[in-house]
Design a protein around this ligand. Structure first.
Ligand SMILES: Cc1cc2nc3c(=O)[nH]c(=O)nc-3n(C[C@H](O)[C@H](O)[C@H](O)COP(=O)(O)OP(=O)(O)OC[C@H]3O[C@@H](n4cnc5c(N)ncnc54)[C@H](O)[C@@H]3O)c2cc1C
Length: 322
């Protein structure tokens, strides 16, 4: 490794960009190499609200989510595309509500009966960060470039290729890591969402029923209505049947205002039994940071912060050993 304080981040979605900035903040010189620019990534297409949905392992993701919550809350005072919103989440007695433990004390309360959408039996209301990717990702890119970062297009096909780079390497390629790492655990969880003209209803989610994920996220200029949660489904095309199901579920929640749909979007969540967050066992200059499932935004800053700490330590050790 020629320059020990240089890092190459692979990927420019939310995980790549936050990793790159946290590494700059820790004093590293960082460049990003990516197959496509941030505006073509999955991260650009989605909600995105802070909620630890469909991500493992809980003991780590809880910590990462709490760190991210605090970072977004601070950023909501000055960053583009970050705000705090009131978010209502359905729960059942079968569904453990551990996510509330990651919120600062006093921020969660039980929804009253009049606040619950039709058909929802129980709900918790909390102030959570909302990140609007079309505003927030360009903000992050600008911040990265202004701090001396560089971004170039390049596609990688194997871990060996990554190891040939003469720097530390952080692999943030999301679902792309399946081919790069031959990772059998990594698989898609297909999400279809509708972007609609803004609805005058508070944001809510009902993640309690597998196969019938429902949510509405109100952003500054539009609303995002979801969704689907199909495992191992690689279909990136819109399914008109899913659109009807999503609209039906919204209606069943008592929303009678017919949404004016602007766009139907499909994204494949990079799902794994556990986020891969570790040095490569065969190539110690590579750190893997991928597989964040349905909660990449929710945990991004927590992962980025711990990644920077790990790389600083590894860098020190490397320097000491000459
Ligand atoms: C419908 C839907 C709604 C969601 N809503 C939320 C939400 O509200 N809150 C939340 O926290 N999360 C949400 N998520 C999850 C979130 O979108 C993902 O967890 C997150 O975007 C993953 O980010 P990433 O940076 O790892 O991957 P990506 O955004 O996919 O970025 C991967 C990057 O790697 C690059 N790359 C890929 N392969 C290669 C290669 N071979 N060589 C070089 N570069 C490569 C790509 O070009 C890209 O820049 C949602 C997901 C979906 C599908």
């Amino acid at each position: 490794m020629k320059n020990r304080k240089s890092v190459t981040v692979i990927g420019s979605g939310i995980i790549g960009l936050t990793s790159a900035i946290a590494l700059q903040e820790a004093g590293f010189e960082v460049r990003i190499l990516t197959k496509e620019l941030f505006n073509k990534s999955l991260s650009h297409k989605v909600g995105a609200v802070w909620f630890p949905y469909s991500i493992e392992p809980k003991e780590k993701t809880a910590r990462w989510a709490a760190i991210s919550y605090e970072r977004y809350k601070r950023e909501s005072a000055f960053a583009d595309g970050v705000s705090m919103i009131s978010f209502l989440n359905a729960y059942t007695n079968l569904h453990e509500e551990k996510w509330v433990n990651q919120l600062p004390p006093g921020t969660v309360r039980e929804a009253s009966l009049t606040e619950l959408p039709t058909g929802m039996e129980k709900g918790l209301i909390a102030d959570v960060p909302l990140t609007e990717p079309p505003l927030y990702l360009p903000y992050l890119v600008q911040k990265f470039l202004e701090s001396g970062g560089k971004i170039e297009l390049r596609t990688f096909s194997s871990v060996t290729e990554l190891a040939e780079l003469n720097t530390w390497v952080v692999n943030c390629t999301g679902l792309g890591a399946k081919a790069i790492c031959q990772d059998e655990d990594l698989h898609p969880m297909r999400g279809q969402i509708l972007r609609a003209e803004k609805l005058e209803i508070s944001s809510f989610a009902d993640p309690t029923r597998k196969g019938a994920l429902s949510y509405l996220i109100n952003r500054s200029e539009d609303s995002v209505i979801g969704g689907t949660d199909y495992d191992d489904d690689w279909n990136e095309l819109e399914d008109p049947e899913d659109t009807l199901r999503i609209l039906d579920r919204l209606k069943n929640f008592g929303v009678h205002q017919k949404p004016r749909i602007l766009e139907t979007i499909v994204g494949l969540r990079p799902k794994r039994s556990a986020v891969r967050f570790e040095f490569d066992p065969d190539h110690p200059s590579i750190f893997h940071n991928y597989g964040h499932g349905g909660a990449g935004y929710t945990v991004a800053w927590g992962c980025a912060t711990e990644l920077a700490e790990s790389l600083l330590l590894a860098n020190e050790k490397k320097n000491q050993s000459g």
